[in-house]
Each structure stands twice: as C-alpha cells, then as structure tokens.
Design a protein around this ligand. Structure first.
Ligand SMILES: Cc1cc2nc3c(=O)[nH]c(=O)nc-3n(C[C@H](O)[C@H](O)[C@H](O)COP(=O)(O)OP(=O)(O)OC[C@H]3O[C@@H](n4cnc5c(N)ncnc54)[C@H](O)[C@@H]3O)c2cc1C
Length: 231
C-alpha cells in the first residue's frame, strides 16, 4: 500500500477529473504503462471498499501518478472521491495488472481502441511506445460529443509532432462530424488495410464485447489483442 496526497485536480470534461497523486514520502511509483492502482475508501465495508483506476500518466519514474476518473452519480465510490480536494490523503495499492505494453509488441503497428475514460491506460502506453520508436500507432477514441474527448489538445498536437501517430476521434452524437458513429467501423477499416497488428481495447462492457466479436470474426487471436474491461 502507498500513502499519497492529491496534489492537483483538473476538470477534464463535465464528468471527468484528472487527479494527480504524489507519494507522501517522495518515493518513486514504478509502473508499466497500462497498469492500474486500487484506491481504498476509508469507511466503506472491506468487501466493497476498493475501486481500480488505470494510471494515465504521461511519464513513468516519478513520485507522482495521474488518474483520469469519471463521476458515476449512482455509484458509492466516485461521489466520495469527487468531494476530495487538493491536500486530501488517500491510501492506494501498488500498481498492478497484466494489460501492459511489452517491448515485443513494438515490432507491429499498435491499435488502441477505447471509449471515455478507457483512454487512461492508453495515454501512458502511447507516449511510451512513441518514445521507444514504435511503428505506426492508431488511437480510435469513441465518445458522444466533442466536449467528451479527453486530452483532445494533447492528441491533436501529438499528431502534428509525430507522423507515426494517428488520432481518429469517433463521435456518436455529432452527426455533422466526419467520423460520426461508433468505433467499430473505423478500426475495422484500418485493420483491413494493415493486417498484422497488436490491438488494445479498453472501456465498458458493451464496447469490449462487440469489439472482441468483430476481431475474432476478422481472424485475430488472443496473442494479437488485449482487453481491459471497466465493469
Ligand atoms: C482495471 C480497471 C481499471 C479501471 N480504470 C478506470 C479509470 O481509469 N477511470 C474510471 O473512471 N474508471 C475506471 N474503472 C472503473 C472503476 O473501477 C469503477 O467501477 C467506477 O469508478 C465506478 O465506481 P463507483 O463506486 O462510483 O460506482 P459503484 O458504486 O461501483 O457502482 C457502479 C454501478 O452499480 C450500481 N450500484 C452501486 N451501488 C448499488 C447498490 N447498493 N444497489 C444497486 N446498485 C448499485 C450503480 O447504479 C452504479 O451505476 C476501472 C475498472 C477496472 C476494473
């Protein structure tokens, strides 16, 4: 377990905040891009007092990590978390999880498919992959509206800085937008063009289930695609 303090909070969208957590003793938080931590609620019963959050930090090897969290008004955990402020102390687990970017994947184009806060682990993974000289990196990011697209400016400027990075926002409730609809059509088209790839999928149950079916139908297998489901 680690004792951390909230050292910054950014309102990233109407329902999503970015929380910067710093270790109280200044120790470095070692993690592999893609991993998550569990936050402990101080007063909920033990069987229900933790929730998992992917590390969304741009950089590894620091005493700080960033989490990107959506408020669920009907939940028991996020309403409490969203009442915390800069200076609040939290108990969190060490980073964990196997949904990670491995160096051997860098021999292939990388496809990242997500909706909403499913972007969190991909922020760490994409920056790491590009810094290690990966092949082409595609981010297919589904949301309802323009204002829901988390880290929008970062993706736009990364695309200008690095010709290997391709940002494909897909919006289901902006009918005038060039990529309107759902993510499936967009990654399917890219995969048809490039063939062999390593594919990461992150987000809520329905999107993950549909994507898994489509990837299987297209002939991809579990050595080529990896899932992190949020519920
Ligand atoms: C590996 C992993 C990584 C994750 N990373 C992220 C991330 O980066 N960002 C992010 O935002 N989320 C992430 N999640 C999801 C996160 O862990 C929580 O599930 C989410 O924040 C909702 O928590 P909550 O306590 O607010 O809702 P919960 O209390 O868990 O409630 C979830 C739903 O259950 C229902 N419910 C709750 N209590 C009751 C009750 N007593 N009776 C009936 N129904 C009830 C509510 O309707 C609610 O909609 C991740 C999940 C996993 C597994």
């Amino acid at each position: 377990m680690m004792q951390v303090e909230i050292t910054n909070i950014i309102d990233e969208s109407f329902r999503v905040k970015r929380f910067e957590l710093s270790t109280l003793d200044g120790s470095v938080i070692e993690f592999v891009p893609g991993q998550f931590v569990q936050i402990i609620h101080p007063s909920l019963p033990e069987f229900n007092n933790t929730r998992s959050y992917s590390i969304s930090s741009e950089n590894t090897n620091s005493n700080k990590i960033e989490l990107c969290i959506a408020l669920n008004e009907n939940g028991v955990f996020t309403p409490w978390l969203f009442k915390q402020d800069i200076g609040s102390k939290l108990e969190v687990s060490e980073p964990k999880g196997e949904f990670v970017l491995k160096e051997e994947y860098l021999d292939f184009p990388l496809i990242f498919i997500c909706t909403g806060t499913g972007i969190a682990p991909f922020r760490s993974m994409i920056h790491k992959a590009l810094s290690l000289g990966s092949k082409e990196v595609y981010l297919i990011f589904g949301n309802r509206k323009f204002n829901d697209v988390l880290y929008m400016h970062e993706w736009e400027s990364l695309m200008l800085q690095n010709s290997k990075f391709h940002f494909i926002p897909v919006l289901s409730q902006e009918s005038e937008f060039k990529n309107s609809g759902y993510v499936h059509e967009f990654y399917s088209n890219i995969l048809r063009e490039i063939g062999e790839a390593r594919i990461f999928v992150c987000g809520w149950k329905e999107m993950c289930a549909e994507t898994r079916n489509r990837l299987k139908e297209m002939g991809y297998n579990r050595k080529q695609y990896f899932f992190e489901q949020y519920d």
